[in-house]
Write a protein that binds this ligand. Structure first.
Ligand code: AMP
Length: 145
């Protein structure tokens, strides 16, 4: 399944981004309220300037305590972001996420952020593809095609 198909099957109400100068407290509030694991850091909602995941916040709290709540997002975000394109497929995404040990990927087309895919979205897509293949094979075995 292609990334663009995964994106179209998601109920997306806009892409959630945060600015690098916003606080970690604001980011944590959005992650909690929207029940998501990461935010794309973007100054204009189009470029990908970084990514901040719940892991970055938990790691900092574990090391230095909750003082980081007033820090800026840019202090904890990952600046070198691995992105994918709409025509990449789910298997290549799983490989990139496994290699990089992360669970989120921005989708970029012509340099513009068009969505975010999580490992949960990719696993769901794989299960759907496998179910479709199974149904097609079962039909073939029973002579329905
Ligand atoms: P995650 O598993 O997505 O919660 O993220 C684990 C770590 O990888 C955190 O430090 C994130 O900032 C970082 N990270 C998440 N997604 C990406 C990505 N697409 N490219 C690079 N780093 C990422």
């Amino acid at each position: 399944m292609l990334v663009k198909q995964i994106l179209s099957s998601k109920s997306q109400s806009g892409i959630l981004t945060i600015k690098s100068g916003d606080t970690i407290e604001l980011a944590a509030g959005i992650l909690s309220e929207k029940r998501i694991g990461a935010l794309i850091v973007s100054e204009n909602g189009k470029s990908v300037d970084g990514i901040l995941s719940e892991r970055d916040i938990v790691r900092e709290i574990g090391k230095n305590g909750i003082g980081c709540m007033s820090d800026c997002v840019r202090e904890l975000m990952t600046k070198t972001v691995v992105a994918c394109g709409p025509n990449d497929n789910d298997v290549s995404l799983m490989a990139k996420m496994t290699d990089g040990r992360f669970r989120h990927m921005p989708v970029v087309e012509d340099g513009i952020l068009i969505g975010v895919v999580s490992i949960g979205d990719v696993v769901k897509a794989r299960i759907e593809s496998i179910e479709q293949e199974n149904a097609a094979l079962t039909d073939m075995i029973h002579g329905n095609v």
